[in-house]
Design a protein around this ligand. Structure first.
Ligand code: NDP
Ligand code: 8X3
Length: 251
């Protein structure tokens, strides 16, 4: 872990912030990226470490992503691990009632943003014949639920793209993992419900969700896994989350 250079997208809150804190404390050098630079600077100040580089980056902006990655200062440019964590859900309505802008935002962020960051960094990894990519998917990419529509579909994209990346990269010594968590209390539901904190809170009422620190621990486990193995995918849920049965619409 020591001095590995790790880029985390979406490090301003939730999983990304917890991952950054854990990895920096374990000696890694983390490029912590996201749109809210003020939060990243606060995080750096909190950690009092020169092992964190705050980087303002909107993953939806293709040109910015490529330019920013290509102009990283030399001693931060050899990225060993990419953690594609930036992502969001917008809305929880039936497909016929969703806002098309919400759908675009999820595809632009969860699919296209992840594509851009990956594509910008990959040639640097293949040139060094080493690297690791961890993509944050979701159980929503496997199990359907009411209102999950494009969010779930975007995470199914993350799952399949991860497996396909691995197929492309196995002979280049680049490991790829899709980490697919269930419900966790972060800012996720606040974003999903347009800033409605009360509604977001209700999602987790009476239920003990995954915590960001659980995900950070799993990320560390994946990074530390022996080099002779590749963890293809990990699915993890709260001990109080499980599957719903089929929905029979009775007449
Ligand atoms: P948070 O809302 O707490 O964090 C989301 C992060 O993504 C923020 O740092 C945000 O930063 C960043 N982000 C959003 N849009 C962009 C963008 N356009 N460019 C760059 N960064 C962006 O939620 P979580 O920590 O829960 O979410 C992290 C990931 O985990 C997401 O991919 C989510 O889909 C996934 N996930 C979440 C689960 C949950 O229940 N919480 C379960 C399974 C998966 P900023 O706004 O500053 O740009
Ligand atoms: C978020 C998990 O179950 O809220 O990816 O869709 S869930």
């Amino acid at each position: 872990m020591k001095n590995k250079i790790i880029l985390v997208s979406g490090a301003t809150s939730g999983f990304g912030e917890a991952i950054t804190i854990r990895l920096v404390k374990n000696g890694a050098r983390v490029i912590a990226s996201g749109r809210r630079l003020d939060r990243l600077i606060k995080l750096k100040n909190k950690l009092k470490s020169d092992k964190i580089l705050p980087l303002e980056l909107d993953v939806r902006d293709q040109d910015r992503v490529f330019n920013t990655i290509n102009s990283l200062e030399k001693n931060w440019s050899k990225i060993d691990v990419l953690i594609n964590n930036a992502g969001l859900a917008r809305g929880l309505n039936s497909s016929d009632k969703t806002e098309i802008d919400h759908w675009n935002e999820m595809v632009d962020t969860n699919c296209k943003g992840l594509m851009y960051v990956t594509r910008a960094i990959l040639p640097k990894m293949t040139k060094r014949n080493k690297g690791q990519i961890i993509n944050i998917g979701s159980v929503a990419g496997t199990y359907p639920y009411f209102g999950g529509n494009i969010y779930g579909a975007s995470k199914a994209f993350v799952h399949q793209f991860s497996l396909n990346l691995r197929a492309d990269l196995a002979d280049k010594n680049i490991r790829v993992t899709s980490l697919e968590p269930g419900a966790a209390e972060t800012e996720f539901s606040i974003v999903r419900f347009d800033g409605d904190k009360e509604k977001a809170k209700k999602t987790y009422n009476g239920f003990d969700p995954i915590e960001s620190k659980n995900i950070a621990e799993i990320i560390e486990f994946i990074i530390r896994s022996p080099l002779n193995i590749n963890i293809n995918r990990i699915e993890v849920m709260s001990n109080q989350q499980s599957f719903a049965g089929f929905n029979f619409i009775k007449k």
